[in-house]
Design a protein around this ligand. Sequence first.
Ligand SMILES: [Cu+2]
Length: 388
Amino acid sequence: MFTVKRWWKIYLALACFYSSSVFACSPDDSNYVQENFSNGAKWSMCWEFDSDEGIYLTDITYTPPNSTTPFRVINEVILSQIFVPYDNGKDRFHDVTDYDFGGSMIEIKPQNCKNGFIERIDTLYEDNLPSLCIKTASDTTLHDLTGAPASSEYLQLFSSHQVGAYNYIPDWRFYSNGMIEFAVGATGALQTTVNINNNPAREDRYRKLGWKIGHNTVGVSHIHNYFWRIDFAVGDQENDDVFKVLRYTKDGNKTVENATQITKEGRFNHKESNFKTWFVQENVNSNKGYILQPGDSGHRFKGIKKEKFTRNDLHISRDIACERYASHNKMCNGKKQLADFIQDNKSIENRDFVVWYNLTLHHIPRGEESPEMDIHRNSFKLVPRNLY
Ligand SMILES: [Cu+2]
């Protein structure tokens, strides 16, 4: 067993260190979270609430084991859209911007947040709603070199959003080894089901669009596209971060790394054949940074003509505040979707940039998911490199 010291609010001398002009989020703030782990590492951040995206996180820093210096990683990360087009071609939901994703937060009960703390939030419809669980957990399946049991601890923040029949669970995890995992789980009930009225022709038609989940019902297949907007600030300064594409290519019997620095806004795709991944580096002279390790990337949904924001796995753009949502973005000089934010000739060198990453899940309903659905969870990881 491990003991994790929990410091929700710290009013110590450290405050002046953290609350310098660089850090907008201070230990004095009621939305400040800090977790100290048994290996000596720490994570700290602030959470915020918005009626569209719900919970988002700012000022995320990691202090490696055996260090007393917090290393800044991310200025702000938000869930910037959940786009759910159905295989019937008609239903196309933009859940974050169009369905009050933040306002649809529901109460988290203590049994869902064991060993944790539930923050109360004023949503559009309810004041003081206990709806953000902040807790620590541990992966105890690890073993060390000698085979002795070991564990990896993590800080977890999650909320639950009732959107139609679905419950979406944005889940943010920060591990004691410096790794980050961003995820969305989906549970609740299937949204679109069709009664086939014992009509064989109708059954035939709908079976092609989904799966028979009951005597007289077909669940319509659909895609969950999750988008995150990550404003990195690796190592304090946000304007000197460097973005690189890492490719691992064959050189005879060997596999060698090829790193290419990206200097302009752009669109990128994951490619399994060369283990392609991405690296956000502290600055040109530093080897410290975070690798974006793709998750659930076996398939990509490409939408119809007007859904250009679905065409790529990752985008980079300058950090422009009103460019916030991957689709149905409002009031931003006519820029309505991610594809509008990217201009190939715009330099990101020595500028603050944001990374947009998205995942696709083709959800084919099963009888086992009715009337209640197991959680399906999609995630990706940010993995530290050369931090300690
Ligand atoms: Cu689904």
